[in-house]
Design a protein around this ligand. Sequence first.
Ligand code: SME
Length: 163
Amino acid sequence: MSFASIPLTGSKPEQYAQLLAQAEAILDGETDRIANAANLSALVYHALPDLNWVGFYFYDGTELVVGPFQGLPACVRIPLDKGVCGAAARTRTTQRVADVHAFPGHIACDSASRSELVVPLADADALIGVFDLDSPVPDRFDVEDQAGMEAIAAAFLRSLRPA
Ligand code: SME
């Protein structure tokens, strides 16, 4: 099967519905979290404009460790009390940051990043990690982007459960 990128069309919610369908096609029948995180990172990075980093950090029981991603090499380990990713993991709530320079403790892995969206990945009470998007454009992410990425993060979590 080929996953040649199909351009997204229509309103932003329509585009996110198409992107979710593409994500679900990629995840279908596969439970391996590395494989699924790698393909989701590539899908999202190439489908959406104005991103410089898209990827996953996984919780190892102590801190977040970088997983599959697209973009420049990134910080390997992030403690839960550091950065936007740590805040998402610690609070289990999506962090949508319009200006990363104004976020206390932001970790600049890529100095080009100006805004950031981080969705926590948790299954019941268990913290799995976070799904992180960075943009070189200030205030790149709105509530529709947040809803779109939360839906893709939920599809990723579903994919990890055995059928
Ligand atoms: N900026 C993030 C670190 C991860 S990278 O941007 C890939 C943070 O503050 O958590």
